[in-house]
Structure formats: C-alpha cells, structure tokens
Design a protein around this ligand. Structure first.
Ligand SMILES: NC(=O)c1ccc[n+]([C@@H]2O[C@H](COP(=O)([O-])OP(=O)(O)OC[C@H]3O[C@@H](n4cnc5c(N)ncnc54)[C@H](O)[C@@H]3O)[C@@H](O)[C@H]2O)c1
Length: 250
C-alpha cells in the first residue's frame, strides 16, 4: 500500500530535475501522476518511464505562465480523472546569474516572474475551486534558498522566489479551514539540468554556503515534496520546508 494510493497528482515542470524525481517518487507510492511541462517531449519521457516501471502516468504540455491554459488544464484533469488531490509546482527558470543589478533588464524580470511567480499563482488559483469542492487538497511550490537568503547576481530569480514564499504564506491562511494545505520547499543548489547554465562562480558561491559541502540530489528534495503533498501533511500550512544541507536552519 502506498501513501498516494488512489490519488491524482499534477506535477508541473515534471519533465526534468526535481519535478521529474517527484513525479517518479509519488507514482511509486501509488499516485496517478499527470506530468506537465512546457517541453512536451520531456514530460512524455518521464511519464513513459513511470508507466514502464508499473506506475500510472500521463503527460501534458502546459506553460504555467499562461493563466488560461493552466485553468483549462486543471479543469480538464479534474473532469477526466474525477479528482485532483495534489499539485506539485516545480516549473521554473533561473534567469540571469552572476549579473549585477545595473545590467538586469525589465524583460529579464518580466520573464522570470511570469514563470516562477505568476505560474505558481495561476496553478493555485485554478486548483482552489476544485480542492474547495472536495474539501481536500495539497499544493506544494518549489521555491529556493535564494528566496530566503538572497543570492547575489541573480535578482530576478531571488525576487520571484521570495515573492512565492510570501504568496504561499498568505494564500495558505486564506484556505486554512478548507482541508487544503499550501506549502513551499526551499532547496539549496541541487544537481539538475537547471544548473547546467549557472555560472561556475555562482555555483561555487552556493556550495560554499552549504554546511554539508555538496550539491543536493533531486531525489532528496522529492522526499520532502512527497511528505508535503501527502495527506500526512495535515497540520502544516504556509510553511517553507528546507532542503539545504544545513544552510538554512530556520
Ligand atoms: N536545481 C537547483 O539548484 C534548485 C535550487 C532551488 C530551487 N530550485 C527550483 O526547483 C524547481 C525545479 O528546478 P530544477 O532544478 O528541477 O530545474 P530543471 O530545469 O531541471 O526543471 C525545471 C522544469 O520546469 C520546466 N519549465 C520551465 N518553464 C516552464 C513553463 N513556463 N511552464 C511549464 N514548465 C516549465 C522546464 O521545462 C523543466 O522541465 C525550479 O522552480 C527551481 O527554481 C532549483
């Protein structure tokens, strides 16, 4: 028996990295997982790997920055599967790194916010009516240590994640009596494709601040997501769980 038996879970940004690891872990614990991503082929690959391992999964192409597409997507899932127990939002981009504020453009800020922050808002907004009707729901947004501590040289990313953490605290309180919990996860630097384009200097800075002195693994973050998105996470909401190898002990 898995803790997710009978549950339907959407993993946005599930085509790679932390989202892919979470999709695989939750499926192995019994969830039917809808792997959604802006890169269709990646979502399909993760979904077939889950099905190949004996789990249940389908793939969908969804851009979380598109408010209408997100609403249509979640409504179609609730209709097709008859329920929507949890959403894990791991969709995100890093934007400029090692870039002083003077070189950051309005377009940089708009692009990062439209995916990292507005994506989280659109997913939550569309999920709430479905979850309120069911009097049950779990929403987990992957934020970042950058949003808690403010890594230098990557202002658009940092502000998207600190705003996401503030958003989670506020909206969690709005629905606290409705059987719905909404939490964030703040990983420090994790070994995923996202870091392929992060500058060497920024990576070194981030690892130097982790007491464990190493990168985290996507599977380690997935374990925390698995708890926060499960029915076991019943008296914790508006929280930002830490997966930072000891960097943030608060
Ligand atoms: N890797 C790290 O060091 C790290 C640390 C802290 C937080 N995070 C956060 O964790 C989350 C996952 O990161 P990751 O390292 O797995 O990155 P990743 O690049 O491996 O995966 C992110 C996924 O999101 C998808 N995506 C991007 N834009 C999208 C959009 N508009 N709509 C839908 N999907 C979209 C990508 O296609 C990709 O599959 C991100 O929100 C990231 O900010 C990562």
């Amino acid at each position: 028996m898995g803790i997710y038996d009978g549950q339907v879970v959407v993993v946005a940004g599930g085509g790679a990295g932390i989202g892919a690891a979470a999709a695989e872990l939750l499926a192995s614990r019994g969830a039917s997982v809808i792997v959604s991503d802006v890169v269709k082929g990646n979502a399909e690959q993760v979904s077939s790997a889950i099905n190949g391992a004996g789990g249940k999964s389908v793939a969908r192409e969804v851009n979380v920055a598109d408010q209408q597409a997100v609403a249509e997507f979640l409504n179609s899932i609730a209709k097709e599967f008859g329920r929507l127990d949890a959403i894990v939002n791991s969709a995100g981009i890093v934007g400029p790194t090692n870039t002083p504020l003077e070189k950051i453009t309005a377009a940089d800020i708009e692009k990062v916010l439209s995916i990292n922050l507005l994506g989280a808002i659109w997913l939550t907004q569309a999920a709430l009516p479905i979850m309120k009707a069911a009097k049950y729901g779990r929403i987990v947004h992957v934020a970042s240590i950058a949003g808690k501590e403010g890594n230098p040289g990557m202002t658009p990313y940092v502000l998207s994640k600190s705003a996401m953490i503030g958003f989670v605290k506020a909206v969690a309180k709005e629905v606290a009596t409705e059987g719905i919990t909404i939490n964030a996860i703040a990983p420090a630097v994790i070994k995923t494709p996202m870091n392929a384009s992060t500058s060497e200097e920024t990576l070194k800075y981030m690892i130097s601040r982790i007491p464990m002195g190493r990168l985290g693994e996507a599977e380690e973050v997935a374990e925390m997501i698995s708890f926060a998105a499960s029915s076991a996470c019943s008296f914790t909401t508006g929280f930002c769980f830490d997966t930072s190898g000891g960097r943030a002990t608060y």
